[in-house]
Design a protein around this ligand. Structure first.
Ligand code: ATP
Ligand code: MG
Length: 640
């Protein structure tokens, strides 16, 4: 593990928060919930019928009221969204304008017969109409289910079927990597013929020609005639706010169901603690709203706080790899939140590109989605943050609703260690256990578990509470099992080592994928890496590594392999040395940008490939397959 420490904070130090959470986590969350506006108070903080949690029982509130109505007195002219289209167009939308649009759309939905509890599928690109649609649903108690706009017709119809949505909100198209994705056409292909879909509302983003069917309504038509008077419904704290599918990294995506009161309390609090949000900040999160990061920290977190944020429509490297730095400079971004995958990609192009932009407004940097390799962390810290911005490595899941492990510069300064997500948030008891569920000693690897409920936790899996129990609550009794492998060091810092399913078992040793991949990435020529195991008669498992090189690297394969072997031997030990290295041009990734190691494992083990509906680029399968076959053939020839 990386041993360097960086003592860098923002001057906040409020130890009372951790102390009061430690004393009594229920009273603590009770206080946190009071930061929101409630129509009626709750009678009980938590009703815990394991594994089902109900937070703030009996309380009544509304998510859109908390995101918009509460700001109208003091912030109606404040910019909520600084929108940047991929094609270079931009728009500004204030809290006042958003409020009006949300009320109008809520009335449209009501006029189409949408009632409390009904599901609405939102299939929109990253445009302000996406959060507007979510909040319009939330305003009337409809359950939004956002489908990432990069999904194909099949994935869309699966999700519309599963949620039984009455209404689909979409656009004529959206820009991605310089091309237009014909969203309306995809809806027509997949979902408009589904009987229970009554209407399709179409926003015109590109202005291209589209086919208009009987069920279709144009956004501009219905909004023009809609009233902007619409009170927010008084909803129960444990009513459903949304259904959202997980990334599909480890298998078929799971439909996660979130409520209102607990979820908003969690997101409001963690947004303040982790991002230290202030009125004058310009926040920029690169996540698509189609994933949970976008739900919690593009839509609800920032809007609950009345923050100003940049929303970007397209690909981070379009038209070239300077786009992110360009946006930060253009809008004077102060807080930047992205993924290790994006950072590894941007790092590939060297330091000169970011160095040619003025990034001096940045004061805080964050990452989410995968373990961040120490090498990448250092680059982010040095080159992007100029050694003055704390980095928050935030660990959480679609299921957890909000951040659970992260540095919290909004409340305290702790030494940062590159590659560690550091400590759990206040009010949360997280630990590492062995296969029998017993807590392991410090510095020992095991499964990450959570011992007590937290407000942002899922209500369950949509239409499948049995699966909810099986996936998260049956591996260890009375403990929540996120499926991640981890280690707690002697300072109590948590290091996420990859998925438990992907742990490599070599000659009695267990190695998390992140440990090995970080060691491979520490080689100067390597941009990305993914490792997996294949059965081995002697060692139990032997390791194979897939490697993507940085731009313009000309090391010979043999030199690279031997250098990588040396690096791993010194950094981890001979036991962890992969038996084979494959240089490929790209790794299989989910559409939310995570490495799909199970696909590599299936190819390497000659197994059938499971659900790959969330795979970003299907061509990667054949490339890896043929590289793998080629090398196998060579090895066989050498043996003969
Ligand atoms: P599926 O559940 O369908 O396999 P997924 O787990 O990738 O997909 P998400 O909910 O988007 O779906 O991702 C949560 C997972 O992402 C975590 O369980 C963890 O493995 C990983 N993760 C998120 N943030 C971090 C982080 N900061 N460090 C390490 N891992 C992280
Ligand atoms: Mg998961």
């Amino acid at each position: 593990m990386h041993s360097e420490k960086f003592e860098i904070g923002l001057g906040n130090n409020d130890s009372s928060i951790r102390e009061s959470a430690k004393k009594d986590y229920l009273s603590f969350w009770d206080e946190c919930a009071k930061s929101l506006s409630w129509f009626e108070p709750w009678s009980k903080t938590l009703q815990w019928n394991p594994p089902f949690a109900k937070w703030f029982v009996g309380g009544k509130l509304n998510a859109s009221y908390n995101a918009l109505d509460v700001h109208q007195k003091s912030k109606s002219d404040k910019t909520a969204i600084l929108w940047e289209g991929e094609d270079g167009t931009d728009r500004k939308i204030t809290y006042g304008e958003m409020f009006e649009q949300v009320k109008k759309l809520a009335n449209v939905l009501k006029s189409l017969g949408v009632k409390k509890g009904d599901r609405v599928t939102i299939y929109l690109p990253m445009i302000p109409e996406l959060p507007i649609s979510m909040l319009a649903c939330a305003r009337i108690g409809a359950v939004h289910t956002v489908v990432f706009s990069g999904f194909s017709a099949n994935s869309l119809s699966d999700r519309v079927e599963d949620s039984q949505s009455k209404i689909i909100i979409t656009a004529d198209g959206g820009y991605r990597k310089g091309k237009i994705i014909n969203l309306k056409e995809i809806v027509d292909e997949s979902a408009s013929s589904i009987q229970f879909v009554k209407n399709v509302i179409v926003y015109q983003r590109t202005g291209q020609e589209i086919q208009i069917n009987e069920k279709d309504l144009m956004w501009s038509d219905v909004m023009d005639t809609s009233s902007d008077v619409c009170d927010a419904e008084k909803l129960d704290s444990n009513d459903s706010l949304y259904i959202l599918y997980t990334s599909g990294t480890t298998g078929k995506p799971k439909g996660v169901l979130h409520g209102i009161g607990g979820y908003l309390t969690h997101v409001y609090s963690t947004y303040k603690w982790a991002f230290d949000i202030k009125d004058h900040d310009v926040y920029f999160c690169t996540a698509d709203i189609g994933w949970v990061t976008g739900h919690s920290y593009v839509v609800y977190g920032p809007l609950l706080h009345g923050a100003t944020q940049v929303m970007y429509e397209g690909a981070p490297d379009h038209p070239n790899s300077s786009r992110m730095w360009d946006i930060i400079q253009k809008y004077n971004v102060t807080i930047f939140y992205t993924t290790p995958t994006a950072l590894r990609m941007l790092m590939k192009f060297g330091d000169d590109i970011p160095n040619s932009f003025d990034l001096s407004t940045l004061r805080l940097l964050g990452t989410v989605g995968e373990p961040i390799n120490p090498q990448v962390w250092k680059w982010y810290f040095d080159v992007i943050g100029k050694k003055k911005c704390p980095i928050i490595d935030t660990w959480w899941q679609t299921e957890t609703g909000g951040i659970l492990i992260s540095p919290l510069p909004g409340i305290e300064t702790i030494p940062l260690k590159p590659g560690s997500a550091t400590l759990p948030i206040p009010g949360l008891d997280i630990s590492v256990v062995d296969e029998s569920g017993n807590e392991v000693e410090a510095e020992t690897k095991g499964s990450l578990i959570i011992k007590n409920p937290w407000p942002g936790m899922l209500l369950g899996l949509w239409k499948n509470m049995e699966k909810y129990k099986n996936v998260y609550w049956s591996k260890f009794e009375s403990l929540y099992y996120p499926g991640d492998y981890a280690i707690k060091d002697s300072d109590g810092y948590l290091w996420l080592l990859g998925r438990s399913d992907d742990v490599l078992k070599v000659a009695g040793h267990r190695i998390g994928t992140a440990e090995l991949e970080s060691s491979i990435i520490s080689h100067n020529d390597v941009a990305e890496s993914a490792v997996c195991g294949i059965p081995d008669d002697v060692k139990g498992e032997s390791i194979i590594a897939f490697v993507v090189l940085k731009e313009n690297v000309h090391t010979s394969d043999d030199t690279l392999r031997s250098e990588l072997r040396d690096t791993i031997r010194t950094q981890i030990g001979p036991i962890a040395t992969p038996s084979q290295f494959y240089v490929v041009s790209k790794l299989p990734k989910t559409r939310s940008g995570k490495i799909m190691r199970r696909l590599l494992k299936s190819i390497a083990n000659n197994e059938t490939i499971g659900d790959v509906s969330t795979l970003e680029d299907g061509t990667v399968v054949s490339e890896i397959q043929s590289t793998f076959n080629e090398l196998q053939k060579n090895i066989q020839n050498q043996k003969n």
